[in-house]
Design a protein around this ligand. Structure first.
Ligand SMILES: Cc1ncc(COP(=O)(O)O)c(C=O)c1O
Length: 390
């Protein structure tokens, strides 16, 4: 059997610096400067990250989930409030709203970019709306100009969920996480820049909100050492900050690799579609590729297609040693944990169609050209040997 193509190979993401990092760890175990609140190494990483994103403040926390939770808490989201978010995405974005006693209000997404539909956001605003969370899904920034215009009209704060899109940018170069009131990033190992465990960061240009996050993440402690609000234990560990500090200078090169890989998929899958179109006289493309409107910088944390008979395609690829993943098989509004919100299937047809048809192909930096060619070859075989359409 041919060599397995993993969905992601994390070893390739630290191969170039792991020896240097291990040396630094030896030193850390002498200084024992382990915890984020006082660590100079954490502060150095935060400064570097803030410069990369183009914001005044970056505050390291425990995870992307905590980044969202602390940001919403700092905005005063609580009982009786509503927060608007897309119906297609990861549960963490909804979890944190529920944890604060507020209600997640779902809206539908766009069929070609998978990102939230700005018009649907505006239609969902009520007098109870307290914040909007655009999620930059799969690595592509949302239509932030449209979303910020709506937010400004209704005087609402925006928390960008940048978990999957570190390094993504608008056509004029504004980075995701620098546009809304807050950016919430995850450094989960498979993200564009992943830690060696759980970690996250909050970005903002607002001095007062930054100070709130600084206190929240350390039990509400002030610089004078008193506790002036109820906070969390959500500090970024030095071990993670040091690892991330090695990765940050490599981020843009890694993103270029992802973008090149995605381009190759686009070209090869378009060829497959063209040849099958002729053979079957079928006009609609059999595989829908991810759309990148205008000159947005999509970072392809995930290369996600829409495929006919997705589950069978996934099983067929797996049989031939190609690992793929489904993000996400269930839209948020029909997720069992959120059933108490009272949403029903059929309410967000685009999100539901994405959940039925989306399949993510391997796209990690370091994936070889021949491996992508093999993935596409197997996709073609599957399409050629089946007469289904739809
Ligand atoms: C869109 C989105 N938001 C939030 C999170 C939560 O991040 P973490 O796993 O670091 O808590 C994730 C992680 O997968 C995510 O994909």
């Amino acid at each position: 059997m041919a060599e397995t193509i993993p969905f992601i190979d994390l070893r390739s993401t630290h191969a170039d610096f792991i020896q240097g990092y291990l040396k630094e760890l030896e030193n850390l175990f002498q200084t024992c400067d382990f915890i984020g609140a006082s660590s100079k190494r954490v502060a150095a990483f935060e400064e570097h990250f803030a410069r990369y994103i183009g914001v005044k403040h970056a505050l390291g926390v425990n995870s992307g989930t905590d980044a969202l939770l602390l940001a919403l808490d700092a905005l005063g989201v609580g009982h009786g409030d509503e927060v608007i978010l897309p119906a297609f995405g990861f549960i963490a974005t909804a979890d944190v709203i529920v944890r604060l006693g507020a209600r997640p209000v779902f809206v539908d997404v766009q069929p070609d970019t998978f990102n939230v539909n700005p018009e649907a956001i505006e239609a969902a605003i009520t007098e109870r709306t307290k914040a909007i969370i655009p999620v930059h899904l799969f690595g592509q920034i949302c239509d932030m100009d449209a979303i910020m215009a709506i937010a400004e009209r209704h005087k609402l704060p925006v928390v960008e969920d940048v978990a999957q899109a570190c390094g993504a940018a608008t056509a004029d170069g504004r980075r995701a996480g620098s546009i809304g009131t807050f950016g919430a990033f995850s450094f989960y190992p498979t993200k564009n820049i992943g830690a060696a465990g759980d970690a996250g960061i909050v970005t903002t240009n607002d001095d007062a909100l930054a100070e709130k996050i600084r206190r929240f993440r350390d039990h509400g402690r002030t610089t004078a050492g008193t506790f002036e609000c109820i906070g969390y234990n959500s500090r970024l560990d030095t071990i993670q900050a040091m690892y991330l500090a090695h990765k940050l200078p490599e981020l843009d090169d890694n993103l270029l690799d992802r973008i090149e890989n995605a381009k190759l998929y686009d070209t090869l899958l378009a060829e497959v579609d063209r040849s099958l179109e002729i053979r079957h006289g079928e006009r609609r493309p059999l595989i829908e590729r991810p759309a990148v409107p205008g000159d947005l910088r999509h970072t392809f944390n995930l290369y996600t297609i829409k495929a006919p008979d997705r589950d069978r395609l996934k099983a067929c690829l797996a049989q031939r040693g190609i690992q793929t993943a489904i993000y996400y098989p269930t839209p948020l509004h029909t997720t069992p944990a959120l059933a108490f919100l009272g949403y029903k299937g059929g309410q967000f047809p685009v999100a539901e169609e994405c959940a039925r048809r989306c399949l993510s192909l391997p796209v990690w930096p370091g994936l070889k050209r021949q491996q992508i060619q093999r993935v596409v070859h197997e996709v073609r075989e599957f399409l050629e040997n089946n007469t289904f359409i739809g």
